[in-house]
Design a protein. Structure first.
Length: 329
């Protein structure tokens, strides 16, 4: 039996660094960190999402469905909520071939060579009272989700080797992330229609969108100290252009905050705090940060979009900046 973690309540504004202040009377449950608590990273919680996190951890709304465009940080939000509040955490990436039963119990080999069942990530989270994240759960075969219905009803599930019912710990939390819902069909984009009975069990259904310009720039600057104002401005405008092209179905690349941060860090690493060099190296390092992993046609579209943004912001394109300030290689 896993011991209950020590838990107390603290003002939300003292625990979750945010863009906006929240009333001091709003509190959130805090735990002592364990080996299953994820590490903290620089993260800023939008006021809405800080409040969602408080409701989710409170126990009154233990099942959270997060939808939104690719790259809006749905999984990272739950991870950093756990990190900042000290909760243990299990994350399961989902695919068409994922079998829920295999994530509940797995076969292990004992010292004498015999086999036995061991707890998988779902059962570990149930017993420990952890946050369980089903990442991109809408990729699952809908029939797989029926395994979870009795768990979400708090009825538990029987252990295959003993028949004993494992009932979820009162602090068990489940967050499921998924793509946007297509307006014309009401179905999650690019995936299979999911089991309505499963979806109804979520007491919180929240759409995450991209951060505002000021918020996104603040996040990048916090995670890439030394990035300069003009490169930041160019990054944000390119992100807006890429997201518009993605919405139009022209490309799949959304220039997510994580990709922007990686790009900014590469610029600082190679150009230091020199703004002119950062601008000159932008195209080369965007290639390394993201474009080399894209289909060739899509990479060309993003490269051309960057050239257009540079000309709008600086009246100079990629070639002129590289000629004026030098190429990285």
């Amino acid at each position: 039996m896993i011991a209950d973690p020590q838990q107390h309540y603290a003002p939300l504004m003292d625990v979750l660094p945010g863009f906006e202040m929240v009333p001091a009377k709003i509190t959130i449950p805090i735990r002592e960190r364990s080996e299953a608590t994820p590490g903290k990273r620089p993260y800023i919680f939008a006021k809405k999402m800080a409040k969602v996190g408080q409701m989710f951890l409170s126990g009154q709304f233990p099942y959270l469905l997060l939808s939104g465009p690719t790259g809006t940080g749905k999984s990272e939000f739950v991870e950093q909520l756990a990190a900042h509040c000290g909760w243990s955490y299990e994350m399961v990436p989902c695919a068409k071939t994922t079998e829920i039963a295999a994530l509940m119990w797995q076969m292990g080999i004992e010292a004498d060579g015999s086999t036995s069942y061991i707890d998988g990530p779902i059962v570990r989270a149930m017993k420990r009272g952890s946050i369980l994240v089903l990442e991109e759960f809408n990729a699952l075969n809908p029939s797989e989700l029926t395994y979870l219905n009795t768990i979400l009803d708090s009825r538990g599930t029987p252990e295959p080797h003993t028949g004993t019912t494992v009932v979820p710990h009162p602090d068990f939390r489940l967050a499921a992330t998924c793509n946007d819902v297509a307006q014309e069909t009401g179905v999650f984009k690019g995936t299979q229609t999911q089991n309505p009975a499963f979806l109804r069990r979520f007491s919180l259904k929240v759409r995450m969108d991209y951060l505002s310009e000021a918020q996104e720039l603040q996040v990048i600057a916090a995670r890439a100290p030394g990035i300069q104002k003009q490169p930041l401005r160019v990054m944000r405008q390119l992100a807006v252009a890429c997201r518009k092209m993605a919405d139009d179905g022209r490309i799949g690349f959304t220039c997510s905050p994580a990709e922007l941060v990686a790009w900014a860090r590469l610029l600082v690493f190679n150009a230091g705090a020199d703004e002119n060099l950062q601008l000159a190296y932008m195209a080369t390092l965007l290639q390394v940060a993201a474009l080399d992993a894209l289909p060739q046609g899509e990479a060309v579209d993003v490269h051309n979009a960057l050239d257009g943004v540079l000309r709008t912001v600086l009246s100079k394109g990629i070639a002129e900046l590289e000629k004026e300030h030098g190429q990285l290689w």
